[in-house]
Design a protein around this ligand. Structure first.
Ligand code: PRX
Length: 631
């Protein structure tokens, strides 16, 4: 299963295209199945339906935990680095992790959770989060992890969409110097969530919380009263493993569904090959488990491969901008996987934060979530990797489950800002606006995938039509990624960014329509339009153009209130960086907002707005340009 040379890669790629079923079956064979599959793959991209390893039975946690707990019980599985560097890190072995997962799985069972039930997890980055995720998988409950930066409203929308029965949370959280009231936010959310019967609260910050009799239970006391053993539920390869909500072009986030068998095979395969993980290496993924990167490359991928995975509770700038380098030094991290936004932010603090940090353990660096600009790439390469660590720029999506385009560390020749080549099993195609395939090299187009890979999105929870129309209808017969992409003269791929109304702010995916809905719900707002613009640190910033009911005496008050509204409705991560109050928006005669013009204005390209003569009121553009310059 391990690719070691570029020749191996080309051979594996060729095999994977010529005979994908044999290729993936050979890889799947290496896992522990309770019953073998009877057919490798059934699929159609026309009437979307994909099923891998049909009738195969397994439990992913046996593959993540039991296998390793049997072979190497005292080998570290998870290293937890607390927010406060003065606090002790925790090292959890495979045996202990299995034990903790089984106990918590029994707690879930005791509270009535059974196979197929949905469990919402809203927690900070502490070991209990990984335990809760795996405990759900142990008993076949479907986890829906919600990132800790989402508001009560966002939590309840997600809980209601998938009808979760139980919520796992903590009393509070700490991120840097900030205290975050987790349970209080959950309490606010649950006012509107009749499906939730139970809440399990792990003690973390000792923040005072309300505990409702018959509904709310303390994690610590619950785990004391259950067995330490819990048989792994037999799951069908195609049973859902989890739901993860992500933003799209519409106002409502969709629940991306991944299933047990294919997700297991693909995340482990890509983890080992992209990062060239060697047994004993310490792997540090800085992503939150609330996002797909945390699911696939902090929890599942590394544990499936018996790796040592580092989980960091805090933020890269606390107590200072040297924190990530302290962690690398302290835990002798060999592989670091982070986001360009973190690199750019740390770059801005200067090299003094690297002084005295021993980074010599590093062998491989990874980047994920957004395009990495050349300057950040070079800084990462020169100052963190000291020129000796290959950088893997990994392109993928919540919907793809795992890495799709990436160099293999030390094997594929890298090129700054290029994700380089597709992984084995990944069949890419660039298409033009009409859906025609663009052949050859030195071309640009929209990125599609033409053949299923094991961890492809199976459906959007509760709405299969939405899955079909979002991903498989723009270019019939193909999965459309929503990304623009260039294939250069060498056949290397470079992602140029989203071509739809999805923004990528600090590596977080945010739908413009969602932000607009939130702004429009503010009293006094008539209409708004949200676009992205290049931001030095965040990659993209959010620029909101807002029409108010009445002229504002004090713009700043209105803007502050709008920010608060967005924070309440979506969460602080979606707060616009710029709010511009305008008297009108550039619209066509049919009433469509010309976002192209707004994007240009937000980008500062005032002299390159294109044809504005077809607008209902061309004059409005001058006013908006004037206002934008004054922001
Ligand atoms: O636009 C691409 C960008 O992030 C989008 C997927 O976002 P999400 O589902 O939140 O998953 C992020 C983590 C996998 C993609 O459509 N993106 C992701 N990785 C890269 C990237 N853009 C450029 N280069 C990357 N390496």
């Amino acid at each position: 299963m391990r690719i070691r040379t570029i020749e191996d890669y080309h051979e594996a790629y060729k095999d994977s295209i010529e005979d994908p079923k044999t290729f993936w079956a050979a890889i799947a064979q290496e896992f522990r199945w309770k019953k073998p599959w009877t057919k490798v793959l059934d699929w159609s991209f026309d009437d979307y339906n994909v099923k891998w390893f049909r009738n195969g039975k397994l439990n992913i946690t046996e593959n993540c935990l039991d296998r390793h707990a049997e072979n190497k019980p005292n080998h570290p599985a998870l290293i937890w680095e607390p927010n406060d560097p003065e606090d002790e890190p925790e090292i959890i072995t495979y045996k202990v992790l299995l034990d903790r997962v089984c106990r918590f799985a029994n707690v879930l069972k005791k509270h009535g959770v059974t196979k197929g039930d949905r469990v919402c997890i809203y927690m900070p980055m502490i070991p209990e989060l990984a335990v809760a995720v795996l405990a759900c998988a142990r008993i076949g409950a479907i986890h829906s992890v919600i990132f800790g930066g989402f508001s009560a409203q966002s939590i309840s929308d997600r809980i209601n969409d998938s009808q979760c029965e139980l919520v796992v949370t903590t009393d509070g959280a700490v991120r840097g110097a900030k205290n975050i009231p987790m349970k209080e936010t959950v309490d606010d959310a649950l006012v509107a969530c009749p499906s939730v019967k139970k809440v399990i609260v792990a003690t973390h910050t000792r923040t005072p919380v309300s505990m409702i009799k018959g509904r709310d239970y303390w994690w610590e006391s619950e785990v004391k009263h259950v067995e330490a053993e819990c048989p792994a539920e037999e799951m069908d390869s195609e049973d859902p493993l989890f739901i993860l909500y992500t933003s799209g072009s519409t106002g409502k986030p969709k629940g991306v569904v991944h299933t047990c068998g294919g997700y297991m095979v693909f995340t482990s395969y890509t983890f080992e090959n992209v990062f060239q993980y060697h047994p004993g290496d310490v792997f540090f993924c800085t992503a939150d488990v609330g996002w797909i990167t945390g699911h696939s490359y902090l929890v599942y991928g590394p544990l499936l491969s018996g790796a040592i995975t580092v989980m960091f509770e805090g933020i890269p700038t606390y107590p200072d901008a040297g924190r990530l380098w302290d962690i690398v030094d302290r835990h002798k991290v060999n592989i670091l996987y982070t986001a360009p936004t973190a690199i750019r932010s740390l770059m801005g603090f200067g090299l003094e934060y690297l002084e005295g940090k021993d980074l010599s353990s590093l062998k491989v660096l990874g980047s994920v979530g957004e395009p990495i600009n050349e300057e950040a790439w070079h800084w990462y390469n020169d100052h963190i990797g000291k020129g000796k660590c290959p950088i893997v720029d990994t392109w993928w999506q919540t919907e793809t489950g795992g890495i799709m385009i990436s160099p293999l560390a030390g094997i594929t020749k890298t090129k700054p800002s290029y994700a380089t080549l597709p992984l084995p099993g990944v069949q890419l195609e660039l298409v033009d606006e009409n859906g025609s395939t663009i052949e050859g090299n030195g071309v640009n187009g929209n990125l599609c995938i033409t053949y299923p890979w094991p961890s492809i999105i199976r459906t959007t929870w509760g709405d299969h039509e939405r899955c079909k129309s979002t991903y498989f209808s723009t270019y019939p017969g193909k999965y459309f990624t929503g990304d623009g992409c260039m294939r250069d003269e060498d056949g290397y791929y470079r992602i140029t960014g989203r071509v739809d109304d999805v923004l990528n702010v600090s590596g977080h995916r945010i739908g413009t329509a969602e932000v607009e809905n939130a702004i429009n719900s503010h009293t006094g707002v008539v209409e708004s339009a949200v676009v992205g613009y290049p931001h030095d640190v965040k990659g993209q910033g959010v620029h909101a153009f807002v029409i108010c009911e009445e002229p504002q005496d004090e713009d700043s008050m209105m803007k502050r209130d709008i920010l608060m509204t967005v924070s309440r409705i979506i969460g602080p991560i979606a707060k616009p960086d710029k709010i511009q109050i305008v008297s009108g928006l550039p619209k066509t005669r049919s009433g469509k907002i010309m976002r192209r013009i707004l994007r240009k204005i937000a980008e500062g390209e005032y002299n390159n707005l294109g044809d504005t003569s077809t607008l209902l009121d061309p004059g409005v553009v001058d006013e908006i340009v004037k206002g934008a310059k004054e922001l």
